[in-house]
Design a protein around this ligand. Structure first.
Ligand SMILES: CC(C)(COP(=O)(O)OP(=O)(O)OC[C@H]1O[C@@H](n2cnc3c(N)ncnc32)[C@H](O)[C@@H]1OP(=O)(O)O)[C@@H](O)C(=O)NCCC(=O)NCCS
Length: 245
């Protein structure tokens, strides 16, 4: 069986089989598939246009990732990143400032402009693909802005408590009580850098966003990996990539 037609077995023997997503860098030819994914995952207020996505790919083709169904070609996940100075969040008021800020000449930090996904295995495939490339390029930290979709309901149940308390509250196994922060913590994005009050239109979060920081697995030893081909570091990063929660 070729790698492009690998299938995941269903739990039961007669369960339908799902194709294993194939992760790779994006190209401009992917725009129609990415527009369809975007429409599936974002509201009309939040959605990025094909032109905006084309610009992200053109500016940073090595930081634009996708996971695709090997059978249908459907885009199952995308992640657009850009280089930032490590203090970018101190001056940014909102998502637009984070995403549109000047690109520094030298930095080891990235900002995730947008993540969209139709299943956890798609995000896992993108990160597994990207980490060896990140090590070769010398990237150390990835910052992501997360909504906090549990905040509006929690605030209604806990009047008078602050958003800071909510963001820092931990539940089962010491993980954040907010579902999306918990999701990111399970993927290595555990460090809360700051909370932005008017970050992005997101009703359930009351427009609040949390900037999180994750560290590229094994990037502490950047001099070792720099210059090595990603194929040579892949098996190491696979061992160390945070496991899905
Ligand atoms: C956030 C996102 C990228 C995660 O994608 P994924 O890896 O395919 O994972 P899922 O969406 O299946 O979520 C996995 C689990 O994380 C939690 N979770 C993640 N995001 C959540 C959200 N917004 N609200 C509630 N739970 C959420 C849930 O517990 C979910 O578990 P479930 O299977 O019981 O629902 C995807 O949901 C998405 O594209 N959302 C819209 C855009 C977005 O918010 N992007 C991130 C900010 S840039």
């Amino acid at each position: 069986m070729s790698s492009s037609t690998r299938l995941l077995s269903g739990a039961a023997s007669n369960a339908p089989l799902a194709a294993v997503p194939v992760a790779r860098f994006l190209t401009l030819d992917d725009i129609p598939a990415l527009v369809a994914l975007e429409a599936e995952k974002w509201t009309s207020e939040q959605v990025a246009s094909g032109d905006e996505m084309a610009e992200r790919i053109a500016c940073h083709p090595d930081l634009s990732l996708g996971a695709f169904c090997p059978v249908t070609g459907k885009a199952m996940a995308s992640l657009f990143m850009k280089p930032v100075v490590s203090s970018f969040w101190e001056h940014a008021r909102d998502w637009r400032d984070c995403a549109m800020g000047a690109t520094p000449l030298r930095t080891s930090s990235l900002f995730g402009i947008s993540l969209s996904s139709t299943g956890p295995e798609c995000v896992a495939a993108m990160f597994a693909f990207f980490w060896p490339h990140a090590l070769a390029a010398g990237w150390r930290h990835v910052y992501l802005g997360s909504p906090i979709p549990g905040w509006r309901d929690w605030q209604a149940r806990h009047p008078g408590r602050s958003v800071n308390e909510y963001v820092l509250s931990k539940g089962v196994r010491g993980l954040p009580i907010d579902p999306q922060l918990r999701y990111y913590a399970g993927r290595g994005f555990k460090e809360v850098v700051c909370i932005k009050r008017d970050y992005f239109p997101h009703a359930a979060s009351r427009n609040v966003g949390v900037i999180l920081r994750g560290t590229v697995p094994l990037s502490r030893w950047t001099p070792v990996w720099r210059g090595l081909k990603p194929a040579n570091t892949r098996q190491f990063t696979q061992w160390f990539t945070p496991r899905l929660s």
